[in-house]
Design a binder for this molecule. Sequence first.
Ligand code: BGC
Length: 974
Amino acid sequence: MAHDESAQGLLKESSTRRSRSSDRGDNAAFDSDSDLDATDYIDREAARPTRRSPTASFEPNTKGKKRWCSCLFTTLGRRSRCCIGVLAGMGILWVLLTATGVLVYRKAQEEPPYGQSPPWYPTPKGGIAASWADSYAKASKMVSKMTLAEKVNVTTGTGWEMGLAVGTNAPAIHVGFPQLQLQDGPLGIRFADNITAFPAGITVGATWNRQLMYARGKAHAIEARQKGINVLLGPCVGPLGRMPAGGRNWEGFGADPYLQGIAGAETVKGIQSEGVMATIKHFVANEQEHFRQPWEWGLPHAISSNIDDRTLHELYAWPFGDAVKAGVASVMCSYNQVNNSYACGNSKLLNGILKDELGFQGFVMSDWLAQHSGVGTALAGLDMTMPGDGLGWADGKSLWGPELSRAVLNGSVPLERLNDMVTRIVAAWYQLGQDDEKKFPRKQPNFSSWTDEEKGVMSPGSPTEQEQVVVNQFVNVQANHSVIAREVAAEGTVLLKNEDLLPISRQGLSDERLRARRDAVERATGKRSEGKFKVGIFGEDAGPGNGPNACKDRGCNQGTLGSGWGSGAVEFPYLVSPVEALRKQFDKSKVELSEFLDNKASFGKGDGSLNDLELCIVFANADAGEGFTRWADVSGDRPDLRLQNNGDDLIVKVASSCGGGTGDVIVVIHAVGPVLVEDWIDTPNVKALLFANLPGQESGNALAEILFGDTNPSGHLPFTIGRTLEDYGAGGKVLYLPNGVVPQQDFREGLYIDYRHFDKYNIEPRFEFGFGLSYTTFKFDNIVVIPQRRKTPYPLRRPNPAAEPPSYSNDIPSKEEAIFPPEIRRLEKYVYPYLDSTDDIEVGQYPYPDGYDQQPPLSEAGGDEGGNPDLWSNYVVVNVDVINDGPVAGAAVPQLYLQYPETESETDFPIRVLRGFDKVYLKPGEKKTVKFNLTRRDLSYWDVVAQNWVMVTEGPYEFSVGLSSRDLSISGTW
Ligand code: BGC
């Protein structure tokens, strides 16, 4: 069964509601969200300062917004009537939604679709892995000297815009632990000057090149360090891409857990090789932007992603396992709920899966405002809250900070837990060598996230008057990283169609090809073109538009598309547009270039204006991003998979008009994910299609390399391009309208997303997962399967811990340690660890969440960093020869897909799953042997009854190797 709904198979929900009363300590400030009424919250939301757009309405499309606006601009009488109407409408909608919500909630209580997440307490302590033992030993010495306030400082952000980076905690000055500077994001240093805008994750995924994944991570970290950043908020491996229109899929590496896992781990290794802490995010199942967090969409609660246990393990948590194995310092928990318990307060996820089963040794940080309870999240395994504010942006009312001090003093958060939180953070700092002051001088970042001016204040989030100081030093950290950016962009460009057209030359076509072409056109039309080769470049996406940074956080689609929008975007230092590169590189003595850099397509079939053109290169795109920004009808998630800004129409018109229909057409697409190409892909003169993903600052240069054949395309699709959105199945659809006050999204398709769904239901995609053409051809030969170990169903026993977590005194510290020191000059709204008075604090017995006292058995899948080490042992090796049997040099991407043995049992398996890939550069005629190592985890499935990874021991495994998920020319068995 792929979608196991049996009692054991379900990750049972721990309903926040049900456990809320028991989750809280004695103080109201620790309550998650119960005491807050909607108006109160919306007011705070509206007060949210710059760089985030308040989005208090959940109106999903602009049509509604337009009606609302036009209504406001009518005459006074009409306006009031209209507004009363709108308010009444909203009221009715609200009542309906609440009623539906209550019904859905009641129903869920009676008959929970996915049961309840079992409680998993207490939090496993960090410090069990040999690889971290030294760092824990050092951390333990430091933490044992910290006061209560210092410990709280380390765990709690100082508030939104209270430091120069997007997140800062506070130092433990007396013991020498500095304030940490945390900055987005996955493709470059957000809000910074003089940095590199690397290609986005999805482009990196499309390279299928491990070395480039690592190199981009390393270059990114060099820039972070030189800008004064300790912790990078990336890479992103969640969303995984369940829904092709999901708004943030582009921040990750593609719709397959194996590809995400390798790309995520290589990026982590690259980043951490420079001593910068990487953050793998967002844990877990934040698959869509709609309703991802409370109030952003008008609802009081975030969406719940309801996932069965097997799917969680084999798809969504899988890449996090790779990152943990790679030694990642930090994991960011996500905004959404999982099985009706907020991800940052879900003990099964954080304590059980992440810290016990995966043996994570670093610290769990909340996404920005993803924390919804104080004591509850501490007990559930959260170690650091960001940005530190409470339930609203910049409200300064932290759920931790002073409240954590109070909770430790009154006994509702065991000191043992606080010690573990702090130890994990300090150990991560030592583990990355950040105690080396030469590499990490204890200084503020040399840029401010909040102003472009040289001078500003250190805590602009506070209304308290502050001294103006130099906050931007404009340090250039780019070095030669544009080379890596360009390589990734070029290797991440996927050639999807090529009918004997590409590559072209800088002279257009060789004399011989040009003559042949002109002869053919003359025969067909009676007219002969003379002189220079005539090329037209079409589309707004080819040009600079209003500049790459025209919209805040890149939150609009104009000009050429280099990245998606949101916290995962950066300020482009420059963006080489395609037209700029092509203008420069075409040989003007041979080529005459015409430019049509808008999407109006104001030329029509038969009007003759394009009759002279012999080659038309047409650009179109599709954009999306994080849910706090909306553009046109794209509210974070795309409303559909169509090209935007009239792109399809433009391509159709160019194809019909180019050379009066005789011109050759090359389509270039920049996109955040799959787009539908059905309107024009079979048009005979559309001879080539290049899918350039999101190329970053080197866009035009990388594209020119491919078009002119300096680089042979070697990108392959990191997702499936279907013929319709429906082809992706019911699970492929974003939930655009809430189905209750707590929107519920059941991941009923289980393991069957993207190609697994297309394969299971035998749906012909337009371009399958893993597909990509080259200017040469490759073939495979000589597959050899070499067993390394014997097949056994279960991994070896969980090993005993290699090290002992530090132990400290558990005596509740003196209340004095939490009293506000009189000498501190307080900034309004800044989050401090201190209390004005501790007189009302009494140590008592506090109701803990259900199951708190029953330690569940430790997972047999755990035992070390990354889990049970045997899961990472190689059980079989597959060797295959790959040969370049075409005319030019190029890089092949051999991919290995595994088919599980057919068994008598009821276990259902996808037809095939990716379990290996490589990138090999081959000269014409050259042959190389590619080696795939398959680990026990690669060969196992998650058995929901055994609660362990299980290998199938009856029947043969089949390994098929080829150039895409549907072009598998050679196979072997084990
Ligand atoms: C995003 C995170 C990001 C954080 C800090 C949140 O809105 O979801 O990915 O790291 O903001 O900017």
